[in-house]
Design a binder for this molecule. Structure first.
Ligand SMILES: Nc1ncnc2c1ncn2[C@@H]1O[C@H](COP(=O)(O)OP(=O)(O)O)[C@@H](O)[C@H]1O
Ligand SMILES: CC(C)(COP(=O)(O)O)[C@@H](O)C(=O)O
Length: 288
């Protein structure tokens, strides 16, 4: 009999953020706001002789587009837990493009490993471990905290333990577009970039969806991260009166409201996304 654990975690589009450098990974993270989206990473895990991670990118119909092996942050989870498994991650959204997929892969993997090996970590233990892996590898700061639940989320403290996190639910559709990756470690590992980002940070939580967009856009403009292709798409949204900003940290744009999908379609493949109602979760444990 082979035991397989399946878990899912939604992605997170960060609209704005500010790094908080604590003494430990637990107290390190970011403040900021973003949208937890219904697409993310699905993980299947089964015991193996040695740790192995397979990353699969699929199209809208679930057909495999590419497959690669090895993901240091996910392997770190297994080292820390002292377990060995074959972990397969599947996602449709592009990796490295500001959709928080490293955090989603970590939360879904830790959830699946917890169930597979009966480790008793629970939601808080899973989130704490995933956050540590993310911070240690510089692949993100606030996405794990955000993906503990759904909604338009504002984080007023770093990390997953005790930070004030508020969520606003909405049935709006968000349209997102990616021109390619913007490697997270390059930005959050650079003191100059972080200083600009910190100076651009709006210190309040947005009251509603519209304010989330205006705060995000003001941040994007001041952050110095907008590149020409992103600028062209933002300009087109402005002309059409569509609220839009840049996916942090990726070379992409997200927009909402009437006409958002049509305007972005002029620039590439658009992902229509719903705001997620809940965060990471175990899907099933099956024996076959
Ligand atoms: N779907 C995934 N499955 C496994 N590992 C992933 C996945 N997405 C990201 N990662 C890990 O995170 C690293 C990229 O992190 P990052 O640039 O922060 O991506 P993102 O912006 O999508 O969160 C990858 O090199 C890989 O190690
Ligand atoms: C913006 C970012 C630092 C990285 O996000 P991503 O590239 O999606 O991993 C995020 O973790 C945050 O703190 O808001």
């Amino acid at each position: 009999m082979v035991r397989t654990a399946v878990a899912f975690c939604p992605g997170h589009i960060s609209g704005y953020f500010k790094k908080v450098a604590g003494e430990t990974p637990e107290t390190t993270g970011s403040l900021g706001a973003g949208i937890v989206v219904d697409e993310g990473v699905r993980v299947t895990a089964s015991a193996a002789d040695r740790p192995c991670v397979v990353i699969r990118q699929v199209d809208g119909r679930g057909r495999t587009l590419s497959e690669s092996t090895g993901a240091p942050p996910v392997e770190y989870l297994m080292t820390e837990l002292g377990v060995a498994a074959r972990v397969e991650t599947t996602c449709h959204l592009p990796i490295g493009s500001g959709f928080g997929l490293s955090a989603a892969a970590l939360l879904a993997s830790a959830t699946a490993l917890d169930a597979l090996f009966d480790l008793g970590l629970g939601r808080e233990g899973v989130a704490a471990l995933a956050h540590r892996a993310e911070v240690v590898h510089n692949t993100g700061l606030g996405d794990v905290a955000a993906c503990q639940g759904g909604g338009v989320v504002c984080r007023e403290g770093p990390g997953t333990a005790g930070a004030r996190i508020t969520r606003v639910m909405t049935d709006e559709t968000v349209h997102a577009l990616s021109f390619g990756p913007l490697p997270t470690p390059e930005v959050i590992g650079s003191p100059e970039q972080l200083a600009r980002v910190a100076a651009a940070f709006p210190p309040e939580c947005p009251r509603d969806f519209a304010e989330f967009f205006s705060f995000s856009r003001a941040f994007a403009e001041k952050s110095g991260l907008v590149r020409p292709e992103v600028r062209a798409a933002l300009d087109a949204c402005d002309e059409a009166g569509v609220p839009a900003s840049m996916t942090m940290l990726g070379l992409g744009v997200f927009a909402a409201g009437e006409g958002a999908g049509e305007v972005l379609a002029g620039f590439g493949d658009v992902y229509p996304l719903s705001v997620a109602e809940e965060g990471f979760r175990l899907v099933e444990v099956r024996e076959s």
